[in-house]
Ligand binder design. Structure first.
Ligand code: MG
Length: 428
């Protein structure tokens, strides 16, 4: 890969400032906050809707999107209407064309139904008259376009879609700074760091420390990793999440993507972002300050906390649920990540350092490989091999627009698809 200078990965219009509003005032909106929820039937979306139902005076949904599960969406919208009887029903984007057609024929949504395809996500952000917060819970690179639209609206983006920054970090940075938007992380590790950084400035940060549960294969030997099956891959020890991120957690690619996400969010160079394996996931991440002070955020593995913290504009609103009992935990364990057994971690860090289109290739190859694993076309151990081969076949270029980013994404996916086809044919 061609090495790009490090300055290329931080857009100059961001003036080397963190994308996360570190030490800067947050946007302020009147309540109820008007929300767009992208990926409403996914894990993040459903939990966001629960938070809205628990806070009808504070939060109001103006638009939702889903990929294809429209019948499930109807049930959710019914629950929402019960929680807030006087509220106007939200606009609805159903991206999958066949599902949208069915939904339209059902007559359940009437004129509230927006267009179809990837542009429906952008429509969901752009159509409502008033929007304060866009919750982006879309899975994969498809989340980038609506993140850019939300940035252009100058609103708060509660970002769960880490691919927005992995694929379009420079583009998102430029739009956020040009339009006065803000990004508050929903990813639990980055939310933990944001909570540690409350009231601090970037110049006080020395190092970011991301914790990793280690996934289901923390103690699995290299030879055994060659043989693990899909059920084992999907058996995450601490967090209950969607299938894509669960696979990414098993390969540690999730942590790799989170390194890149942290780099763009907090404007910290890659050599000052560490990963520590912390089985149990009690500490969600840490920040080391220049004076050596180490701040951590702890809690139960409940995504509703980071979602609510981001939506609310970093408020600790009441949240029912189980609490972390320190005496029950007794001790906290830490370990060094094994990059020999989990090569995805280093592949991601390298792609981040290379910058430009390298992280797009990394992400595209990973999405293709994960989908192939979920369809049982390839094995777990094939994932890093596919990504490495795609990365070494794609020279890195700087990325100037969404169209360019999507073109690099398509190119990487094409190479990855061919590799999957080769592996699955050989396996048979
Ligand atoms: Mg995370």
């Amino acid at each position: 890969m061609n090495q790009l200078p490090e300055s290329n990965s931080v857009d100059l219009r961001g003036q080397g400032k963190s994308l996360y509003p570190c030490g800067r005032p947050l946007l302020s909106f009147p309540e109820p906050l008007k929300l767009v929820i992208l990926g409403a039937t996914g894990s993040i979306g459903l939990q966001t809707l629960k938070i809205v139902r628990a806070n009808p005076e504070r939060l109001q949904v103006v638009a939702v999107s889903c990929l294809g599960r429209w019948t499930e969406l109807i049930q959710e919208l019914d629950l929402l209407a019960t929680a807030c009887p006087g509220c106007v029903p939200p606009l609805v984007a159903i991206c999958d064309p066949a599902a949208r057609k069915e939904a339209s024929q059902s007559g359940k949504f009437g004129a509230r139904l927006l267009g179809e395809g990837a542009s429906a996500l952008v429509e969901a952000v752009e159509t409502p008259e008033d929007v304060h917060v866009v919750v982006n819970g879309v899975v994969g690179a498809a989340g980038l376009a609506p993140t850019l639209s939300a940035a252009r609206r100058g609103v708060r983006i509660a970002l769960a879609n880490k691919e927005s920054l992995v694929v379009g970090g420079d583009l998102v940075t430029r739009e956020v700074f040009d339009h006065g938007a803000e990004i508050l992380p929903v990813d639990s590790e980055h939310s933990a760091m944001a909570q540690c950084l409350s009231g601090r400035t970037e110049s006080e940060i020395h190092k970011l420390i991301l914790t990793a549960s280690g996934g289901p294969f923390r103690q699995t030997g290299a030879a055994e990793l060659e043989k693990v099956n899909l059920v084992q891959v999907l058996n995450h020890p601490t967090w209950n999440m969607g299938p894509k991120i669960t696979v990414d957690s098993a390969t540690l690619m999730n942590k790799g993507l989170e390194i890149i996400e942290a780099h763009f969010l907090f404007c910290v160079p890659y050599e000052r972002i560490d990963v520590v394996v912390h089985p149990g996931s009690y500490i969600h991440s840490l920040v080391e300050f220049v004076d050596g002070a180490l701040l951590a955020q702890l809690g139960t593995p409940d995504m509703k906390l980071p979602i609510q913290y981001a939506i609310s504009g970093e408020k600790h609103w009441t949240l029912p649920g189980s609490r972390l009992d320190l005496l029950e935990i007794g001790q906290l364990l830490f370990d060094k990540p094994d990059i020999e057994r989990f090569p995805c971690l280093e592949l991601a860090r390298q792609a981040g350092r290379t910058g430009g289109s390298a992280t797009i290739a990394l992400n595209g190859a990973n999405e293709v490989a994960v989908a192939a694993l979920l369809e049982e076309k390839i094995r777990y151990a094939d994932i890093p091999r596919i990504i490495e081969e795609v990365l070494s076949s794609q020279p890195s270029h700087s990325v100037g627009s969404l169209q360019e980013a999507l073109a690099f994404d398509t190119q990487a996916r094409r190479v990855a698809d061919a590799l999957v086809a080769r592996i699955s044919t050989t396996a048979r």
